[in-house]
Write a protein that binds this ligand. Structure first.
Ligand SMILES: Cc1cc2nc3c(=O)[nH]c(=O)nc-3n(C[C@H](O)[C@H](O)[C@H](O)COP(=O)(O)OP(=O)(O)OC[C@H]3O[C@@H](n4cnc5c(N)ncnc54)[C@H](O)[C@@H]3O)c2cc1C
Length: 287
């Protein structure tokens, strides 16, 4: 079946208007941003929303990338391509460039959004691992105002997030600190494919010692897309190959990958260790 069921369509004119429409149509309404995840699911009838609330007209409110105090603010409607081409974002955090270059293809990147990627909650989503490594905060707006949720608590399970049916993800905020390096490593079966496994690393070094480490993992069954045991191991250590290899081993040990068409579980666990090691080494070299 390649034809969606019938649905109402509304074009939001502002964030408050989008929230009003969500209230009006109730829990069977869905926000549509790039549509690259939702529309295929509707065609396959895996999703049958009664109404679509289109937020593509809200770029002035939700499509900005800017440094705001000690944080980088990225609007939920920022397209993958815009993040890839933003020197504000990629100069501060090269992990965005590394990841966005290998997410899907230009057609998907031109339309798909940062907010849609996170809200889809796919266990193989690249940006979920990136924002987990960066210890970002999600800003969510609902009828009662805005609230913030650490990205590491944003995903409540496969395809489940902290965003309630009457709420909108409006922004991601990433803490900016001097002495920070970042990188992303992904293995895919062919160009533009979802990851077999991928790892992001963000490390901050002071006086030759790692003071904070962030490790994001995707497609390998890492809880909340992160590797807290490996991060704890790294903190207080010198940034050398031995420490990075051990952190990779610890990260892989705490993953729970599933065998599927992209590969057997053992191979994915091996990739989790090796890609974590490589991402950490590259991140350290970029400080
Ligand atoms: C061929 C193909 C290849 C792909 N390859 C990759 C890949 O390699 N790596 C990868 O990580 N991803 C990949 N993707 C997924 C893609 O990057 C995005 O995840 C996808 O485009 C979702 O973003 P969107 O804006 O299109 O979301 P939509 O499809 O519009 O929405 C997705 C979900 O999020 C909700 N939503 C959207 N925005 C908001 C918001 N602001 N607030 C609340 N809810 C919201 C929608 O209601 C819907 O439930 C691929 C997609 C395709 C089609």
């Amino acid at each position: 079946m390649q034809v969606p069921a019938t649905f109402e369509y509304e074009r939001a004119e502002s964030v408050p208007h989008a929230l009003e429409l969500l209230e009006r149509y109730g829990p069977e309404a869905r926000i549509v941003a790039g549509g690259h995840s939702l529309i295929p699911m509707m065609k396959l009838r895996l999703a049958q929303p009664e109404a679509l609330i289109d937020i593509n007209g809200l770029a002035s409110e939700l499509g900005r990338i800017a440094v705001d105090g000690h944080e980088l603010a990225i609007g939920a409607l920022v397209r993958h391509t815009e993040l890839l081409e933003s020197s504000t974002a990629t100069d501060l955090f090269p992990i965005f460039r590394d990841a966005e270059r290998v997410i899907a293809d230009p057609i998907v990147r031109n339309r798909g959004t940062v907010g849609g990627s996170l809200c889809q909650g796919d266990p193989s989503e690249d940006l979920s691992a990136v924002f987990a490594a960066l210890r970002a905060t999600a800003v969510i707006q609902g009828p009662g105002g805005t609230r913030t949720v650490p990205v590491r608590q944003f995903h409540e399970g496969p395809y489940e997030t902290a965003v309630e049916p009457n709420e909108l993800l409006i922004q991601l905020r990433v803490p900016v600190a001097p002495g920070t390096g970042s990188a992303y490593e992904k293995v895919e079966r062919r160009v533009g494919d979802w990851p077999v496994a991928a790892a992001g690393a963000v490390i901050r070094i002071e006086d030759g010692v790692i003071v904070q480490a962030g490790i994001g993992l995707t497609a390998v069954g890492a809880e909340h897309f992160c590797a807290p045991e490996a991060e704890t191991y790294l903190e207080g250590r010198r940034p050398d190959g031995e420490a990075f290899a051990e952190a990779g081993r610890i990260a892989a040990e705490h993953c729970a990958p599933h065998a599927d068409q992209r590969g057997p579980a053992d191979y994915k666990r091996h990739l989790a260790a090796e890609l974590t090691r490589r991402a950490l080494a590259t991140a350290a070299g970029r400080i």
